[in-house]
Ligand binder design. Structure first.
Ligand code: PLP
Ligand code: COI
Length: 347
């Protein structure tokens, strides 16, 4: 295979060898299959085409400095998918099945795992969706679970830790107060697509969502959680309508290890001006520093009501957190928490 220049890749779909799938029909799971066929044949009345009984996950396989391949906390992704499926009242894979199929997918795409030196990774996208034909509004009875992979570069396509701009407004919400924001449902992302497109057209990389009830406090970015640093504190929103990020959960541990005070609480918009460092965090974005947040009454408006400026480079504390977490993922630092799971070379 020709050498791939991963520095030219962003967070995108790039062809790999195979996917792994299994179906749950009438409560019984089929044996997981590895296939080079990337097309599913589905009944056109399948629930997924109508009422969005669909959830997904995202995790990465990293090639470490020692050449070994690691998955980062796949048990957490399995649990989150189970919680998303429970919310949708549909069947979910067991934790063992979820992890086994992720491992099978990594092994089937072994030569697509980027080298350690490239700084890139093999992104796994487990998806779970309703396949039984239906017309009435009901949860899916039968589901397909598939794990796909793509060798990805950074989320922005630039160098790691490149700062990006964000915008927030009060006329698009991601998640309702008592809605589904705390689950990783496809439907949540559908709600953000139009607003994202508008933000991108205006030159912003990120979109920061506020709480839908009052639009007075920070929830999260469209792709990731929010965290800010000030006065030796790691501060991140505490809201049931924010996705419980595995990266954020891990960073809170690492922050404590570094002697930072960790606060999960309401962050009012006005507090934005007091942060020394502001970042997005997640599997895809890792830690991405935010250089500026523009506040607009409406996303379409040409007027910026207020702007919050941060450094154009990653702040020192955020960089330390980045180095520790990425160090664990890539075998540069001792995995004192037992977060990594090794995947063996299939050959
Ligand atoms: N918030 C949103 C909306 C996301 O899409 C993601 C990505 O999965 C995250 C947060 C970060 O979650 P995690 O760290 O588990 O990838
Ligand atoms: C991830 O970070 O794994 C995600 O799923 C975010 C993606 C939707 C941009």
């Amino acid at each position: 295979m020709a050498e791939i220049d991963y520095s030219k890749r962003s967070f995108n779909y790039y062809p790999t060898n195979a996917i792994v799938f299994a179906k749950c029909i009438d409560g019984r799971w089929t044996k997981p299959e590895v296939t080079p066929d990337f097309n599913f044949s589905l009944h056109c009345f399948a629930g997924v085409f109508h009422y969005a009984p669909s959830c997904f996950e995202g995790l990465k396989a990293y090639r470490g400095v020692d050449g070994r391949v690691r998955l980062f906390r796949p048990d957490e992704n399995a649990k989150r998918m189970q919680s998303s499926a429970t919310y949708l009242d549909m069947p979910a894979p067991t934790m063992e099945m979820f992890i086994d199929m992720c491992v099978m997918c990594v092994q089937a795409n072994w030569e697509h795992i980027p080298s350690y030196e490239s700084g890139a990774s093999l992104y796994l996208r487990p998806v779970l969706f309703g396949i039984n034909p239906q017309l009435g509004i009901k949860s899916a009875k039968d589901v397909m679970f598939a794990v796909m992979a793509s060798g990805v570069g950074t989320y922005s396509g630039g160098k790691s830790l490149t700062a990006v701009s964000a915008v927030m407004s009060r006329n698009y919400d991601r998640a309702a107060t008592y809605g589904s924001g705390g689950y990783k449902l496809g439907a949540n992302y559908a709600q953000s697509l139009h607003a994202y497109n508008l933000a991108h057209k205006m030159g912003y990389r990120e979109l920061l969502f506020l709480d839908s009830a009052t639009h007075s406090h920070i929830e999260e970015f469209g792709s990731s959680n929010f965290f800010g640093i000030k006065h030796g504190c790691y501060i991140t929103p505490n809201s049931p309508s924010v996705l419980p990020s595995i990266t954020n959960k891990s960073l809170r541990k690492v922050a404590e290890e570094f002697g930072l005070k960790v606060e999960r609480r309401t962050i009012f918009v006005d507090e934005l001006e007091t942060f020394e460092e502001v970042n997005s965090c997640g599997t895809a974005v890792v830690i991405t520093p935010i250089s500026r947040i523009d506040d607009k009454a409406t996303l379409e408006s040409g007027t910026i009501t207020r702007e919050y400026r941060y450094s154009e480079t990653c702040g020192p504390i955020s960089e330390k957190l980045y180095n520790r977490i990425v160090g664990i993922q890539k075998g540069l630092e001792e995995d004192t928490y037992g977060w990594c799971m090794f995947v063996n070379d299939p050959k």
